[in-house]
Design a protein. Structure first.
Lengths: 142, 111
């Protein structure tokens, strides 16, 4: 398992994407799946910086990548305000452009890009977001 | 990120290079706002050298689209969009807000 801690700054998003992208490649994911993981984690970290910490530089984000059997589990931990993912609805996209509001778009993407997402803010020691993605194929099979 | 703006008779072409995330999206917003504030509402965004786009970047494109389409004065079209990014727009349910061209010349010529 690879674990790294980053300051909660948008400039660190590229480094976080590199970390999870590398893990996804090692897990045997194809290019599209690697991109999906990088995008989901980018959206999650942007949400942490923006909503949990209320802006840049107010804490750290710990990112852990664990390669399982044809799967990758990414766990993000922060020490900011908790928020309930279940209470954030997907944005309504079937509306005229002028009425479009994108709040929740990042979360909607995370839900669609990953196979499982769990959020736990029950401990006194911050919030934990766990995201799991399975490879669609078994690359090492004959 | 790097940007290059070319003025044509009927539209402006903005070529973006790099990755658009929450860190770089404000720069994209700045460049597109400058075009709109200059009175040009027909814009082609060449995304051939953009290999990552998060929802923060999508939001900048949608806000620009709103400004361009106001009073039917124009629109933002996007060209040469990487497959992963087209898939992101599909997954987000937002692709239908943009006309997407495979070719920049064709996109410029469509105005």
């Amino acid at each position: 398992m690879t674990v790294k801690t980053f300051a909660s700054r948008f400039e660190n998003l590229a480094r976080i994407r590199e970390l999870v992208g590398e893990a996804a490649r090692r897990a045997g994911f194809n290019d599209a799946e690697v991109y999906d993981v990088m995008l989901a984690v980018d959206e999650a970290c942007s949400n942490i910086i923006e909503h949990a910490y209320g802006g840049e530089g107010h804490g750290d984000i710990e990112c852990a990548c664990e390669i399982l059997d044809h799967s990758l589990r990414v766990t993000l931990h922060d020490w900011g305000e908790s928020f309930d993912l279940e209470r954030v609805p997907d944005p309504e996209c079937d509306v005229p452009l002028e009425q479009l509001r994108l709040r929740g778009a990042g979360l909607a993407l995370m839900r669609r890009l990953m196979d499982d997402i769990r959020f736990d803010s029950s401990s006194d020691n911050g919030n934990t977001l766990t995201m799991l993605k399975h490879a669609d194929h078994a690359p090492h099979d004959p | 990120m790097e940007f290059e703006t070319t003025h044509f008779k009927r539209c402006d072409l903005v070529k973006a290079k790099g990755r658009i995330d929450s860190y770089t999206a404000p720069k994209l917003r700045e460049v597109l706002d400058k075009v709109v504030e200059g009175g040009v509402f027909r814009i082609v965004l060449d995304m051939s050298e953009v290999d990552f786009l998060s929802s923060s970047g999508v939001w900048v494109l949608l806000e620009t689209q709103k400004k361009c389409k106001r009073w039917n004065r124009g629109q933002l079209v996007i060209a040469r969009v990487h497959e992963n990014i087209q898939r992101t727009l599909d997954l987000a349910g937002l692709r239908h807000f943009f006309r997407i061209y495979d070719d920049v010349t064709e996109a410029v010529g469509a105005f």
